[in-house]
Design a binder for this molecule. Sequence first.
Ligand SMILES: *Cc1c(COP(=O)(O)O)cnc(C)c1O
Length: 349
Amino acid sequence: MANATLRIDLDAVLANWRALDAKSSAATTTGAVVKADSYGLGAGRVARALYRNGVRKFFVAVASEGAILRQELGDAAEIHVFSGHMAGDTDIIGDLGLIPMLNSIDQVTRHFEALPAAPFGVQLDTGMNRLGMEAGEWEAVAPIVLPAGPRLIMSHLACADEPDHPMNAQQLAQFHYMTDGLPVPRSLSATGGILLGPEYHFDITRPGIGLYGGLPFEEAQPVARLSLPVIQTREVAAGETVGYGNSWEAEIDSLVATVAAGYADGLHRALSGKATLWADGTPCPVVGRVSMDLITVDVTHLHEIPKTLDILCPDQGVDDLADVAGTIGYEILTSLGNRYQRVYSGGDR
Ligand SMILES: *Cc1c(COP(=O)(O)O)cnc(C)c1O
């Protein structure tokens, strides 16, 4: 089969969740962010494994992701929607008991008119200027919102992956100013915020990338392994070229393997001529351009041509590959295409 295999280690996801959970006190509940199909790794499988191991608070970006999750997890999971209550989402939110994180006075009005008895949370902006109510708006609606019993008040840090950045303390102070003394559970931190220390933890944390093996959680266990099948190999004589644009020319007589994956599968074209694939611990340089469905690799130095070459493996994690592509681990993961055969292991099945 010419489909590449994406192996997802659910035990590693669980170990990463436990390691992050252990960083805060027993008074803090650790949730899980499973938006964007669990960062491309499969929201259903990942969330079910977490749920079976005691996680109850889940976070998604949009209501339709929440609908899928409700089907996977059943009624007891608490599913929070970062984008809040958008026009057109009322039925999904009401019927499936999702918890929209209301972001604006408009959303408060919409929610209270359409679903007056339904659960909700509040998202505050503490300086990132992306999503949530600012201090003035919050002051105006708090007297209406608080008696209705929000499930959660949250905000999001802009610079949590830079521990020394002054923005962290600034947002922390603003979050205290906007929420101290309110009888509502609070949440400020994603993966980066958890690593900043206990004063950032509040009642609930919201790790995403750390669960999936990415920075800034340096101690994370790798979760994804991606193996690309070798379709054919060919001898390329010195002076011959490989691939689109003739961008690589063999200096010596070489052996080049063609593997089945390309930029349509999320292996960015920026990896052309730069990335490394791995044959059981031996590095093999990508030569020429990454094309839509194929990548060419110099395997001259291998004694035996393996059936597959790895692009994500213990030798090269998502952040290593991201560095080569000039991006971040988040984007490598969420770009992973839907042509891969996803194979799961672990997770207490
Ligand atoms: C994506 C996201 C998270 C998770 O962030 P990570 O850096 O992946 O841990 C948490 N909260 C909000 C609001 C988010 O958008």
